[in-house]
Design a protein around this ligand. Structure first.
Ligand SMILES: NC(=O)c1ccc[n+]([C@@H]2O[C@H](COP(=O)([O-])OP(=O)(O)OC[C@H]3O[C@@H](n4cnc5c(N)ncnc54)[C@H](OP(=O)(O)O)[C@@H]3O)[C@@H](O)[C@H]2O)c1
Length: 244
């Protein structure tokens, strides 16, 4: 196999994040995975490859949760992350603009926008840790150029991903101004059959849902194919450039 890499997967207890862990461990890579609480799925993977898998705690919805994760990460002694995937996210359906509460809207923004950006910011502030790529799990729902107006019940979710997109684009530009070589990417994983994908929506998904294995297999190739020239760009799991 190629040289083993170190992957950091934030939000890896289940779904797409868990599949990123499985996929990369099966290829012989090292993985630092995070969950909010205990995860038997992650524990099993770690037991089978204890020298290559670390599990840390990270709740992205609060400043304290992020700070505790950063402290654990520093204590772990890791000095190099080849690929960080900031995957954690929520979709509490429905979240219509005409119905959602202040707190419900804020919960989507905290978890899907503020938390992911602050996790990345705090990792990038660790002066003795080299980070190759930070890939944020966005969504086609967050695109304003390709606005999906038929997605009834997705107002807070799509707003949170659109805001994530704008903040990560600024992160890419700020890093460029500092001459940093860290690559910042946004990804759309496709319509994936996970717990999040189980909601009862009223429209047809073009092409149906894909398996997490197929989505992750595609995204890993997308992430690894990008260089610093691609920083601040948005890609689907099929390696198609997506409109912001
Ligand atoms: N599935 C799709 O079709 C689809 C499409 C577009 C984009 N996405 C994006 O892909 C990402 C993964 O989605 P998924 O389908 O795998 O969803 P999922 O099965 O619901 O898994 C979500 C993951 O995020 C974690 N998470 C939720 N809130 C968190 C918090 N406050 N702090 C840390 N971790 C938290 C969950 O941990 P717990 O187990 O602790 O809850 C879980 O590991 C999300 O960002 C989602 O928006 C998914």
């Amino acid at each position: 196999m190629a040289t083993p890499n170190t992957w950091l997967i934030i939000g890896a207890s289940r779904g797409i994040g868990l599949e990123f862990v499985r996929h990369n461990v099966s290829l012989g890579h090292r993985v630092i995975a995070t969950a909010r609480g205990s995860s038997s799925a992650l524990d099993t993977i770690r037991q089978n490859a204890p020298d290559r898998v670390k599990v840390l705690t990270c709740d992205v919805s609060s400043s304290d949760g992020i700070n505790e994760f950063i402290e654990q990460f520093v204590r772990s002694g890791e000095k190099k992350i080849d690929y960080a995937v900031i995957n954690a996210g929520i979709l509490e359906y429905p979240n219509r603009s005409l119905e959602m509460s202040f707190d419900h809207f804020a919960k989507h923004l905290h978890t899907n926008t503020v938390g992911p950006i602050i996790v990345a910011q705090k990792l990038l502030q660790l002066r003795d840790v080299a980070i190759g790529t930070v890939a944020f799990m966005s969504s086609d729902s967050g695109s304003t150029g390709n606005f999906l107006g038929f997605e009834d019940g997705f107002a807070a979710y799509s707003a949170s991903k659109a805001a994530l997109n704008q903040a990560l684009r600024h992160m890419a530009e700020e890093l460029k101004r500092k001459k940093s070589k860290t690559i910042i990417l946004a990804l759309h994983p496709g319509e994936v059959a996970t717990d999040m994908g189980k909601i009862d929506i009223s429209w047809d998904i073009d092409g149906g849902q894909i398996a997490a294995e197929d989505s992750v297999n595609g995204m890993v190739q997308v992430i690894q194919s990008k260089t610093i020239e691609h920083t601040g760009t948005f890609w689907t799991w099929e390696n198609k450039n997506y409109p912001w």
